[in-house]
Each structure stands twice: as C-alpha cells, then as structure tokens.
Design a protein around this ligand. Sequence first.
Ligand SMILES: [Zn+2]
Length: 285
Amino acid sequence: MLISLSEALSYAETHGGGLAAVNTPFFEALLATIDVGERAGVPIVLAFAQSHEKYVSIEEIGPAMVALASRSEAPFVVHVDHGEDIEYIRTGLDIGFTSAMIDGSLRPYEENVALTRAVVEMAHERGADVEGEIGAMSGNENGDPSQGIADETLYTRPQEAADFVARTGVDCLAASFGTVHGLYRREPRLDYELIEQLRRAAGVPLVMHGGSGLKPQEYRACIDRGVRKINYYTYAAKAALDAARDALEGEDTYVFSDVAVRARQGVREDVGRFVQALAPRAGAL
Ligand SMILES: [Zn+2]
C-alpha cells in the first residue's frame, strides 16, 4: 500500500528505528526492494533520483513503482529523490509519488529557501510531503576520484537548519554531518554531536544521504541521535553488478534474463542487510 513519508517517519520514530530509502532506477532493484519490504514488515521508501534520468525516465519506471507499491500489502512511500526543480517534482506527484525531496543545496541560501518554500506549498496542497536540504554533500557515485571525502566546511550549521525549517515548512531535512554520496575514499567521520544539535534545532526528522558503506553500529548511533531516514543506492547497485558478473560466468546462463534474475537476488540480499541494520531491535525482522 502507498503511505505518506510523514506516516513512515513517525512509524520509525515510534519504534526507534531508521526508515530505509532505496533508489530503484532499474527494474531488478525495484522488484528486489519490494520483496525486502514485504518480508521485513516495516515501511520502506522507493526512491527515484532526477540524476538517474540517464538510466531510465521517471515517466517510464515511476508508474511501475507506484503500481507495485499500491498493490502490495506492505507499506511503501514512493519518493522523488534530489528533485532539482518544481516542474520535475510536479511530474512525480502526477504519476502518484507520495513525497519528494527538493535539493536546492547548491544554490545560494535565500534561493534555496524560496524554491523549497514553493515546492512545499505545491506538494502540501496535494497531500504530499517534502524533504529539503542544506549543507552540500559531495559525491562520487560515478567514480570521480576527486570526490568521496566529506568537506567539513560544508557541514550544516544548526542555526541555519532552524531558520530553514521555519521558513520553508519542510517535513524532514537532509543535512551534512560527515557522509558523502557514492563510494567512500576514506573512513567516514560522522559528527554525532552535530547530529544531535541539528535535530534539536531543526525540530523535524533528519535525513542521511550517502548511507552506503557505513557499519551497522554507525547507522544505529545516527538513528539514536535523530537521523530517521537513510538513503541508500550505490552498494545495492554494486551488488547487482557483482551478481551479474557471477551469472555471466555461470554454465546455466543462456539469456540476459538469467543475468537479470541474479542481479535481483544480489540487490535483495544487500538491501535486506541494510534494512535489517536499521531495524528497531537487532533481529526484529
Ligand atoms: Zn542524496
């Protein structure tokens, strides 16, 4: 069934767990993540990032995300990740997405506030929730070797988080406190004290981007301090590739469909471990 991001966040908050948000820009990842959600019995966010338009368009995979989530008995949020403009988010909501992130974090602060405010007004009118972002997170999702290290000068300041939430009305806030998108080039150093300060200042649940590659105890420590939604993509996509490589060498692989099925299994195992790590209690699933 489709649920709102606010409902999923409050479920996670009430149970002391983290809400897994998985990007599914290919069909095997989508099927695998639905499967994980149905086994886990906790809400999961199916997300599609605007930057993944290079793989498949939201008009193509979006309706499949909404349909599969709607007909499932397990609760799913269908979410636009890193929307760059209001038109793109409107497209997602027209397809049936139940929430969206507007990412104005690379714009000047006042411009980010104005854009985010406009998206919140549009989305709330339609019953959808909005995630905003301040404090830039670099990323090397595509293997750029100059990135993959968190830049401490870009960490979110608590006062700015308070101002941003008050002026935009966002339902949750992505902030920068030590994670980066993609693969890490060195051990991430999470600023736990900053997370606590941000949660207090913002007054809304915090969102962690760049959730791939952290240890289970690091997820737990972030959740305990106020991070509620954790975004995940790179390692799941890599698990699909590793499984596909194995399948290519298998003697019983005759057609691409055999490779796709193995990729789906790879994502299912990887996302299953991720969702387990965020569960309210170890072994609760
Ligand atoms: Zn992100």
